[in-house]
Design a protein around this ligand. Structure first.
Ligand SMILES: [Fe+2]
Length: 437
């Protein structure tokens, strides 16, 4: 059932067959110019001197210029040491007005702004990006961590110059305002030509002598540029006009086994040390260490780790499959669930499995644990039918405390796996839904 899913983005010819990976321009609408401008201003609000957003630390802002001569305010590549003074603010009103202010401030030098983690500023924006990535991942499997980055400016080339992003799988860039050009060198072509690779990596900003080997793709508002992740690339503005883009890069792997292993070892040592290393197995200082003690200790430790690691890897996969590996914002704290609200879930975003005596519930990448008896509630939600909050609570409150159910529903709503639906949408669905308690 899909009645409550947001509609997919209008993306034409969205043939993300990974066997035919070549740079191309597709049509796709992600956001209006006004929307993107508002999100960028929000991301730049309360940013510290180094460009980190104080409220949302996963948002990072970089500002660069392409100076004619060495300028102490910028690093060699043109990145501002302290971007805060150059950032867009509400009083700038629009991209055009901000560009004018910057050009005055910078004595006419062209500039660029890069915002990492932009999806974290707005719940609805994050949902749109997620819908787009669902299309990709339903064809290609969950195999990548999406990084959502906004680019803005009138630069003739980005400060980083030509480069290849490490381990990037695929890159999509939505052109929202102005025009944008990407210059690309194919990965296999660069790999096969050491002189070309040397030239690009040693002089990333002075890449035009190597333009003979490049192709360019240009995008207008409402278009989507695609290039394979291993391609060397550089972004260029066209005609000195400012532009705004949103880029979605897919970077495998999202599953970091080393971190999971470290956490599992830590947990086993801290919490189950008595089981792994029983006192009576401890060697005596004068007796040496016998093989049976080593064998016994290893066997116990590996057994405990095995279980612990299995649980952590399973949780990681559930988190990845419900969040698509992307960090999500929470709904606004003002948007609370009320008893009379009509709700429905998206089963793609809500999964659960037994975890010992508890139930592991994963909602859009957030793992929660609750009583195993909540399985019935989760089963009801995962039917994607419409429910009235207080009726759903009453239906399951026979076995569980109503308060615990309300808290769980609130968390699922806040993370985004259940949403409020309007009464008229609910009517048609509720008639086919289960009987109310
Ligand atoms: Fe890049």
């Amino acid at each position: 059932m899909s009645h409550n899913r947001t509609s997919k983005l209008p993306v034409d010819d969205f043939a993300l067959d990974r066997a035919s990976r070549y740079p191309r321009v597709l049509r796709a609408h992600l956001a209006s110019e006004e929307e993107l401008w508002g999100w960028i201003v929000a991301a730049c609000r309360n940013v510290d001197e180094r460009g980190r957003n104080r409220d949302i630390p996963d948002i990072k802002v970089r500002f660069f210029v392409c100076p004619e001569a060495r300028d102490a305010r910028y690093e060699g590549a043109g990145l501002a040491h302290a971007p805060a003074e150059f950032l867009p603010r509400e009083s700038d009103v629009s991209l055009a007005a901000y560009t004018e202010r910057m050009m005055r401030l910078l004595d006419g030098q062209r500039f660029g702004l890069v915002v990492n983690g932009l999806q974290l500023v707005d719940f609805a924006f994050c949902e749109r990006v997620r819908d787009f990535i669902f299309d990709y991942q339903s064809l290609n499997g969950i195999r990548a961590t999406p990084a959502v980055i906004a680019f803005l400016g009138n630069y003739d080339r980005t400060a980083f110059g030509a480069h290849a992003d490490q381990q990037c799988a695929d890159v999509f860039q939505f052109v929202i305002s102005g025009r944008k050009r990407m210059r690309l060198w194919s990965g296999p072509q660069v790999e096969a030509n050491p002189a070309l690779e040397r030239a690009l990596s040693q002089r990333p900003s002075d890449y035009m002598p190597e333009s003979w080997a490049s192709v360019t793709i240009d995008g207008n508002p409402g278009e989507l540029l695609y290039w394979p992740g291993e391609a060397w690339h550089v972004g260029e503005a066209i005609d000195e006009e400012p532009h705004m883009c949103v880029s979605v890069s897919l970077v495998p792997p999202f599953l970091t086994l080393d971190a999971l292993l470290e956490a599992a070892v830590d947990h086993v040592l801290r919490n189950t040390i008595a089981v792994c290393f029983p006192q009576d197995a401890a060697p005596h200082p004068v007796g040496g260490i016998s093989d049976p003690i080593v064998d016994e200790t290893c066997a116990r430790a590996i057994g405990a780790l095995d279980e612990e690691l299995y649980a952590r890897v399973r949780q990681q996969w559930l988190c990845a499959s419900t969040s698509l590996g992307m960090k999500h914002p929470r709904r606004s704290p003002d948007d609370v669930l009320r008893a009379g609200d009509c709700i429905s879930s998206d089963s793609r975003l809500l999964q659960c499995c037994p975890d010992g005596s508890e139930l592991l519930v994963v909602s859009v990448g957030v793992a929660l644990r609750c009583s195993a008896g909540m399985k019935g509630l989760l089963d009801d939600l995962r039917t994607e039918r419409a429910w009235i909050v207080d009726e759903l609570v009453a239906r399951h409150a026979v076995e569980h405390e109503a308060k615990a159910i309300e808290v769980l529903l609130d968390e699922l709503h806040s993370t985004g796996s259940i949403r409020k639906i309007t009464a008229d949408r609910a009517d048609g669905v509720a008639s086919t839904g289960p009987k109310r308690a």
